[in-house]
Ligand binder design. Structure first.
Ligand SMILES: Cc1cc2nc3c(=O)[nH]c(=O)nc-3n(C[C@H](O)[C@H](O)[C@H](O)COP(=O)(O)OP(=O)(O)OC[C@H]3O[C@@H](n4cnc5c(N)ncnc54)[C@H](O)[C@@H]3O)c2cc1C
Length: 348
């Protein structure tokens, strides 16, 4: 049975695993490795240490289905809506730009529930704290090394992490990327920002008329969400939770600072925007070094399937489209801004 490794347990990796399980013409052994301690990637959901039911989405806040996406993959939204994993976003988000035909959805159980759903559907062997460091070619197989433990061999490896992290990998993989492909991959750039999650005691009131707000006049804060309100959850037993996303300039300026120092500055700015905000019982600060993909330069656009206007999460559909059997051995295929390597003479 072919052994397939998907590196990254974010949206792309989890959906790729679920689609491979469903569509592979022959049974495959699927493994998903992630360097983090849980699934979600940039769709992660953090829990209060005092009440696991109090959660914040630290990365993606809501999912926008444009008319273009609806045309191409409505069934994915329909499945998630039927299962209650997604629900229409009805709470007011001030400053949100809506285009005609757009529908926004939120995840009542936290945005990472989407990823957990796909991983479960895939039946993959999911391993956390597996940080891939090297990929080498050994006897017609890909030998994948991680920070700790012995290397393992696979027939196919799909890399779903942000492009700069792909380019940091050592071993034969570095030489298999042609100069042209490397230049194209190097031109994919990302914004950086911080997210600060705040958890409050049950019964705390945060008295604002919105569930989320885009801020345009603060050098540090770009977006605030009362996360339980965004998901229409108001309970006397679960404390409210709030998440703040910083501006990109703040993220870039403080990229190499200690997270605790950035947290203090974000907190001060939040108090200036929402005076009288009670002290939280717990906080969680996340530095997103690779936050959202920025627009690409001309040369890269041609190499990357889809449009430069696509949100990065849609790139996963390219995996579905392109992840078909291929006939060349040791081939490398860029998939969206991700890359798949196959050491067999068939994809699966
Ligand atoms: C602050 C923020 C707000 C956003 N808001 C929205 C939004 O509202 N709506 C929306 O649709 N999108 C939003 N996005 C974008 C969205 O979150 C991403 O497009 C999507 O989650 C990307 O998923 P992915 O699986 O491609 O990558 P990731 O989620 O980054 O997954 C890659 C995974 O690879 C792992 N990894 C990296 N290197 C290694 C290694 N060497 N070995 C093993 N594992 C490794 C990482 O731990 C990670 O889990 C937002 C993103 C951020 C950061």
């Amino acid at each position: 049975m072919a052994r397939v490794l998907i590196v990254g347990a974010g949206l792309t990796g989890s959906l790729c695993a679920a689609l491979l399980r469903k569509e592979a013409p022959r049974p495959v052994h699927l493994a998903v490795w992630d360097e983090a301690g849980d699934s979600g990637g940039r769709m992660s959901t953090a829990r209060s240490p005092y009440n696991p039911q109090s959660t914040v989405d630290l990365g993606a806040q809501y999912i926008t289905c444009t008319s273009h996406y609806a045309k191409h993959h409505q069934s994915f939204y329909d499945d998630l809506l039927a299962l209650g994993i997604l629900k229409p976003l009805t709470a007011p988000i001030e400053g949100m730009v809506m285009k005609e035909g757009d529908c926004n959805f939120m995840a009542p159980q936290g945005i990472s529930s989407i990823i957990k759903h796909y991983l479960k559907e895939s039946g993959a062997d999911v391993c956390f704290r597996h940080c891939v460091t090297q990929i080498n070619l050994r006897n017609d197989k890909w030998e994948v090394s991680k920070e700790t433990g012995p290397p393992e061999q696979f027939d196919i490896v799909v890399l779903t992490m942000p492009v700069p992290q792909i380019l940091q990998l050592q071993g034969d993989i570095a030489n298999l990327i042609s100069e042209c492909q490397r230049r194209q991959l190097e031109s994919v750039s990302y914004s950086s920002r911080y997210a600060l999650g705040l958890f409050y005691e049950a019964g705390t009131k945060i008295d604002v008329p919105w569930a989320g707000q885009y801020i345009t006049s603060n050098p540090c804060i770009r977006f605030i969400s009362i996360d339980n309100k965004k998901r229409n959850i108001e309970s006397s037993e679960i404390g409210p939770s709030l998440v703040v996303h910083t501006t990109v300039p703040f993220g870039v300026t403080h990229l190499d600072h200690h997270t605790e120092d950035a947290e203090e500055l974000i907190f001060q700015q939040l108090e200036a925007i929402l005076p009288g905000l009670p002290r939280p019982v717990a906080t969680r600060c996340q530095k997103w070094r690779y936050s959202q993909r920025k627009c690409m330069t001309g040369s890269c656009k041609t190499a990357i399937s889809g449009s430069e206007k696509m949100p990065e999460s849609t790139i996963l559909w390219s995996i579905h489209v392109e992840g078909r059997p291929e006939t060349h051995s040791h081939g490398m295929k860029p998939l969206g801004n991700k890359t798949a390597f196959s050491a067999s003479n068939g994809y699966v």
